[in-house]
Design a protein around this ligand. Structure first.
Ligand code: ADP
Ligand code: ZN
Length: 298
């Protein structure tokens, strides 16, 4: 029996979730810490893992799935660092060395969405698929991608949430909320964009509100672009906004409408209900993403 224990850190803009998880995916210890300054946050997480190791035994590896942008490429000069983030104090923070030095175990590091797509491919809605996309649509929008069973890295990691979509100002005069691009995907369709456009919290808008058709339009535009560029076998949607289950049929219908008969691929056209799907790891895709990274590192 594999008795290995893994450390997992889901680093978010508002909170860090730490857990010790065994090879049977059981969470043995878990703690949440508010995302404060890097030094306070890292100290809280380190303390958690040191205490857990003392009580449960040694960890085989640690995985950190974090908000970005970040450098996930082992061996690169900036590996382990959060890059240029507007989040005060966090730009250039080395998230890996403090854990690697203090715990003396392999530490894997990637974006929350790259972790999530890996976890979905292992245990969730993309089980067994080698070409998979995971989008989170929440406070921000991010996408993770697996191509032929490998996370896409390239120069850094995909930044699909900032892709540019066509924006019809007559239909939707809202300028967008992205501080860098205004009306990129995140600028038009993130939770804060919905709230700024309609002046109400996204979860307060009724299912028949015009907000959702527009939201589905933007999500479908992004998914059509993603499908055309990367040819994934499935696209998984998570994040707070996708808790609105009625968005799924709207997104699927709009996706097919935008494709307009191009790509006669049964998996996409006939089986649209299994092509665009909710997360299979509702709410734990991030933490299990960190676990998946840890298992890879070990
Ligand atoms: P984060 O992106 O910060 O990690 P979430 O994925 O939960 O966290 O996204 C939070 C965003 O999603 C907020 O903008 C919030 O308004 C929106 N949101 C959360 N729950 C819902 C819901 N049930 N319906 C619609 N929007 C929601
Ligand atoms: Zn942007």
């Amino acid at each position: 029996m594999d008795k290995k224990l893994y450390g997992a850190v889901e680093g978010g803009g508002t909170k860090f979730i730490c857990a010790v998880i065994d090879a049977d995916l059981r969470i043995l210890r878990e703690a949440r810490f508010p995302c404060q300054s890097p030094s306070e946050t890292i100290a809280n997480c380190l303390n958690f893992f040191q205490t857990a190791q003392a009580q449960l035994g040694p960890l085989s590896a640690l995985g950190i799935a974090s908000f970005g942008p970040l450098d996930p490429r082992p061996g690169s000069h900036d590996f382990g660092k959060i890059l240029a983030t507007p989040k005060p104090g966090w730009a250039n923070t080395d998230l890996v060395s403090p854990f690697a030095d203090a715990l003396s175990i392999p530490v894997a590091f990637d974006t929350d969405v790259n972790g999530a797509v890996l976890a979905e491919s292992l245990w969730g809605a993309g089980k067994g698929l080698k070409n998979l996309i995971y989008y989170t649509i929440g406070t921000g929008i991010g996408g993770g991608a697996i191509a032929e069973n490998r996370l896409i890295h390239g120069l850094m990691h995909p930044e699909m949430g900032h892709a540019f979509l066509s924006h019809n100002y007559t239909q939707d005069p809202f300028p967008g909320v992205c501080p860098f691009h205004q009306d990129c995907f995140e600028g038009l369709a993130s939770g804060p964009a919905i709230e700024a456009r309609w002046g109400r919290k996204a979860y307060e808008l009724p299912a028949d509100h015009a907000a959702w058709e527009l939201e589905a339009h933007y999500i479908a535009l992004a998914l059509v672009n993603t499908a055309l560029m990367l040819a994934p076998e499935r696209i998984i949607l998570g994040g707070g906004v996708m808790a609105q289950q009625h968005l799924f049929p709207l997104v699927r219908a709009e996706f097919l409408k935008l494709l307009n008969g191009y790509l006669q691929i049964p998996a996409m056209l006939r089986d649209i209900d299994t092509y665009i799907v909710p997360s299979g790891l509702q709410g734990i895709a991030g933490l299990y993403g960190a676990l998946a990274l840890a298992i890879q590192a070990a």
